[in-house]
Every structure is written in C-alpha cells, then in structure tokens.
Design a protein around this ligand. Structure first.
Ligand code: DAH
Length: 338
C-alpha cells in the first residue's frame, strides 16, 4: 500500500489548486473526490489506525472531504459562468465587431507615390539598382576624382575598404546616381527614367540629418537634349508637387557628374512663420566623361540628370521638423497621417 499522505499537506494542496478550466476541474475531482481518490482512500484506511485515534481521524477526514467538495463546487460554478459570458459575447453574429485599427501610408511613401505619378505623366519609366554598390558605380564612373571627400570614411559607409586597390571597395550607396550608370550600361539611348531608392551617409544623427534617407534620381538621354529641356521638366514637376503659384529659383552649382550643374530652391512659407529658400534638388547636363564611362558617344547623345531628397520634400509638405520622426515608427506620429 502506498504511504498515506498526511491530512495537512492534502489540505494545502487542495486549497492552492488552480481550477481555471474544465480539464483542471476534472483532474481535481479524480485525484481527491472520486472512488479511487486520495480522500476516499484515506477514509477507507481509518479502520487500520490505532483504535484510540479513529474518532479524531474520522472527524478530520470528513472535514477535509467537505472542504474539497466545496472548493470543487465553487470552482465549477465560476467556470460555468465565465464560459457562459464568453459564449454570449462571441455567439451573436448581429453584434458589431470589435474595432479594427486600419493602417495608412507612411508620409514618405505618399510623397514618393506623388513624385512618381508626376514623372509617369511626363513619360518617365522607373529603374532601380542595388543599395550595396562598388566603387566604380558609386564614384568612378560618375567622374569623382580619386581624392574626392565623399570617398572619405567620414562620409561614406564602407562595407569593404582596400587601401591599395580602391576599385575593390564596396559601399552603401551614398546617392541614387549609380543607378544612372547601371541603366545606361543596360539600355541604349534614347532613355528616360526615374530611379527612387534608399541612400546612406555616415553622418551624425540630428533633427536635420539621418544615416539613411531616400532620393529620386532622374535621367534623360537622347539627341539634342538641352538645358532648356531640363529647366522645363523641373519647373513642371515642382509646379505639380507644390502648386502652380510656387516661387522657385535655379542657381548654378557643382557636381562631378554634370556640366553645367544647378540646384533648385523653392520658397517655403508655412502658417505665419517667415519664409525661406529651401533646396529641393541638384541637376545638370550629364558630363561627357560619364557618357564615355558607359560607352555612349557624347558627340551623338546628350542628357540631363537630377536628384532630389524625398525626406526634405516630405518634411516641408507636412511641416515635420525632425527627420528622426520619419524613422521612429511611433504610432502617435503615424496616426497623424490617416
Ligand atoms: N547625387 C547628388 C547628391 O546626392 C544629387 C544629384 C545632383 C543628382 C545632380 C543628379 C544631378 O543626377 O544631376 O547630392
């Protein structure tokens, strides 16, 4: 015969049992209250106890059985009523469903979608390229001189750096301009495409700069493409995105891959704040060295290119004053763009 458990420890067990499911309830019943249960067996064992102890044992065991019974019955009642509630709440198909929070497009996606649709109307297609670039596409083919500061570790994330053979360097692309090179290697002119994507810069993170952001590159190569074509495209684009009463200016600038180069600013004024010029893009006529690097004859073909920052445009349109908000994924921010 198995050793008889003592009354105190059984009492403790039953009063701490967790009876939160029909299965737990049933195993409690089997273990303590059924015909082969512990308490029943203990009661049956009274006859083997010392005659002087029998009366006291019987009393204590009957009390134990009563306690177990009432624990069982109470738990049974509670479980039935909570299951009943669950069934009632889910069983009525005419009740309105619980609220279902719908997502919405991120402000960056909205700006990007709009930029794309404006260029689609002007006959541009879309191309893309890898975010991990080699030295040739990110720098050399774009006419960057060997000692250009962008090739510095301070500005660029190098994934592989070879001091002696820079042509083997691998970088996280610092701009979308390398996609121009890939496109011109794949397709003969005439070609006209925009190239949206992520770019990376090794900059300190502040309200104005982040280690990654988005650009939309543009490229048009054909016979007789002129600076006037470029200006017309940029002005039409900005008018669509910011409204036709937009005030803009176009300034001369410098990029290794365009000649001449320019930048476009728009006059930005919100609410009753004083306005300011804000640079939205760089552009220019594709440098003959760039065309040569992809074996396109610059005597036959000319082209223009441009590149714009999507974060900057988004921040001005939605009056967002900290670029990090665009990357935090804080619902309190995102909920403001339903
Ligand atoms: N790649 C330049 C940048 O990241 C932007 C740019 C300027 C792109 C002029 C162009 C261009 O295509 O023609 O700052």
């Amino acid at each position: 015969m198995s050793p008889v458990p003592d009354i105190e420890s059984v009492k403790k067990e039953i009063s701490t049992a967790i009876l939160d499911s029909p299965e737990a309830l049933e195993s409690f019943r089997l273990k303590y209250l059924s015909r082969k249960g512990i308490i029943t067996e203990m009661l049956a064992g009274i006859g083997k106890a010392e005659p002087g102890d029998r009366a006291r044992l019987g009393k204590e065991l009957n009390a134990l059985k009563k306690t177990a019974d009432s624990i069982f019955k109470n738990a049974q009642k509670e479980l039935a009523s909570s299951l009943g509630k669950q069934i009632r709440a889910t069983d009525d198909p005419t009740l309105p469903p619980p609220p279902f929070p719908a997502g919405s497009l991120h402000p960056l996606s909205r700006t990007l979608d709009e930029i794309k649709s404006i260029f689609f109307q002007m006959g541009f297609t879309v191309a893309d390229g890898p975010e991990l670039e080699d030295d040739f596409h990110n720098f050399t083919a774009l006419n960057f001189p060997a000692e250009h500061p962008a090739r510095d570790m301070q500005d660029t994330f190098f994934v592989r750096k070879n001091e002696h053979r820079p042509e083997e360097d691998l970088v996280l692309r610092t701009h979308t301009s390398p996609v121009q090179i890939r496109l011109m290697k794949q397709q003969q002119p005439p070609l006209r495409a925009i190239m949206p994507g992520r770019v990376y810069r090794n900059e300190s993170i502040t309200a104005k700069s982040y280690c990654l952001f988005h650009q939309v590159e543009g490229l048009y190569v054909d016979r007789h493409v002129s600076l006037a074509d470029l200006k017309h495209t940029l002005i039409t684009f900005a008018g669509h995105l910011f409204g036709s009463d937009l005030k803009y200016r176009i300034r001369p600038s410098f990029f290794p891959f365009t000649e001449p180069s320019l930048e476009m600013d728009i006059w930005w004024q919100t609410g009753n704040r004083s306005g300011q010029w804000m640079e939205i893009l760089g552009a220019g006529m594709v440098h003959p060295n760039v065309l040569k690097s992809v074996e396109i004859d610059p005597e036959t073909w000319t082209g223009y290119a441009f590149g714009m920052g999507v974060e900057r445009i988004t921040m001005s349109r939605y009056e967002i004053d900290d670029i990090r908000l665009l990357y935090d994924n804080d619902l309190r921010f995102l909920d403001q763009f339903p």
